[in-house]
Design a protein around this ligand. Structure first.
Ligand code: SAH
Ligand code: SF4
Ligand code: F3S
Length: 433
């Protein structure tokens, strides 16, 4: 009988990619199969996120539950960003945890498995020349890391402390991974990095120095690869060359994530984001001029220390001007070992909640208005998921989630779909060719 692995993944797409690698390594080298039933698992792993305080608090309550549910002799391991920043403390607070494996050290999973109370959390451990396993959760698209770590120092953010310094992965490794994924049937690649468009900033050895725009060009030369997506690009690095490659290269999907964080130049300065409100608006304007069909999504933090009502208004102003297609919005959450942790001009909790509600209501109004115009439009959809009740869903080039009646024959296929009904999170349509 094979051994069973229960793995919970929190956090961002990088954690999802790390989890794919962990699953594959444990399968190939140790004979593990995944299970959804924690009570039968021989190994229980949580791949954690530290970006806000809530998930960290949740970790310890969840570990307690897992400890009660585990079968006799089952091991519990903690991986990912909270593992990197809390390290040994996790074992002190939850002594039944067998090992702690940092976000930068996932390649060591089969090593720590056999050590008791191992703590591997070196944040500058160099995994940049190490090929991730080919296993993919979805056969239709492949997540590929292009860089690890982050060299920015946004004052609110813990990620540089959990994923270490930024290193670009050699281009030949990225191209090889993409080529292999295409040979296995994926038509889409999703490039990952905390600052993807800063690709090429630093390599760990002697490697061909190319920038992100050139990487996109080289990837798009791969036969059979039809779509390229990426996240997260940084507004600071959106130069004209990058925007025009984005607009003119037909393989690059026309959806851009532009993490604004705040619409106030003063708050952006306090956050050390490296751009102003004007620069952000200028980049959006340029992007939309080059590529009118583009959809734009963003991340916003409300109630950063010192944010005044007027400064929050600036964020709403950018929202109204850009009309984002999707927003991910958060209340500021103080994080350990960040600069902003020591800022004293904290915004009241109820003001923060009110701002978040105001922002989210505005985002919904904008989206409802935009959605009305979708009826009757035709999009080319790449189908990736079979849902209940004979619905198959996928995404348009500009990242709209669309479902049609159909069977698994549509999976991995492109079809033109005419929109027939509007929902807030998903549009419905019918195949027209
Ligand atoms: N590298 C990406 C961000 C990764 S973290 C970028 O620069 O855009 C994902 C999102 O979490 C951030 O964009 C930010 O909106 C949010 N976030 C990060 N730290 C936070 C904090 N301390 N409090 C609230 N939200 C935070
Ligand atoms: Fe965090 Fe800023 Fe790096 Fe993004 S760019 S991961 S927000 S430090
Ligand atoms: Fe969370 Fe780490 Fe990603 S803190 S958002 S899992 S980089």
């Amino acid at each position: 009988m094979s051994k069973k692995l229960f793995l919970e993944t929190l956090g961002c797409a990088m954690n999802s990619r790390d989890s794919e690698h962990i699953i594959a390594e444990l399968h190939e080298k140790e004979g593990y199969e995944t299970t959804d039933d924690i009570t039968t698992a021989d190994l229980i792993l949580i791949n954690t996120c530290s970006v806000r305080e809530k998930p960290v608090a949740k970790l310890f309550s969840e570990l307690g539950v897992f400890n009660k549910k585990r079968k006799e002799g089952a091991k519990i391991g903690v991986c990912g960003c909270t593992a990197s920043h809390l390290g040994e403390e996790i074992i002190k607070r939850a002594p039944y945890v067998s090992f702690v494996l940092g976000a930068r050290n996932v390649s060591k999973i089969t090593e720590v498995l056999h050590k008791d109370k191992a703590v591997e959390i070196d944040i500058n451990y160099d995994e940049s020349e190490f090929a991730f396993n080919d296993f993919r959760t979805s056969p239709y698209k492949a997540y590929i890391n292009v860089s690890i770590g982050c060299d920015k120092a946004c004052t609110y953010c813990i990620v540089p402390k959990t994923r270490g310094e930024e290193i670009s992965i050699p281009i030949e490794l990225i191209l090889r991974e993409a080529q292999k994924a295409v040979e296995r049937g994926a038509k889409e690649v999703f490039l990952l990095g905390q600052n993807v468009n800063n690709y090429g900033r630093r390599f760990s050895g002697e490697h061909e120095k190319v920038n992100f725009t050139e990487l996109l060009r080289r990837l798009s030369a791969i036969d059979g690869l039809e779509r390229i997506r990426f996240t997260s690009p940084h507004p600071f690095h959106m130069d004209d060359e990058f925007l025009s490659e984005f607009a003119s290269n037909p393989k690059i999907c026309k959806s851009m994530h532009m993490p604004l964080q705040s619409g106030s130049s003063k708050v952006l300065k306090d956050m050390k984001r490296g751009y102003t409100k004007e620069w952000f608006l200028n980049r959006v304007e340029k992007l939309k001029a080059l590529c009118p069909e583009v959809s734009v999504s963003t991340d916003i933090i409300v109630a950063f220390p010192g944010e005044s009502d007027e400064e929050f208004e600036d964020t709403l102003d950018v929202m109204r001007r850009v009309k984002f297609d999707q927003i991910f919005s958060f209340k500021y959450s103080p994080r350990p070992e960040t600069e902003a942790e020591h800022f004293t001009n904290v915004v009241d909790e109820d003001v923060a909640s009110m701002r978040l509600t105001t922002l989210q209501n505005l985002a919904t109004d904008i989206l409802d208005e935009k959605n009305k115009m979708q009826l009757g439009k035709v999009y080319r959809v790449y189908f990736e998921e079979l849902n209940q009740d004979y619905f198959v869903s996928g995404r348009s080039d500009n990242n709209l989630l669309i479902k049609v009646k159909g069977s698994d024959e549509l999976l991995g296929e492109f079809r033109n779909v005419k929109i027939t009904a509007i929902g807030r999170t998903i549009l419905s349509g019918e195949v027209v060719g």
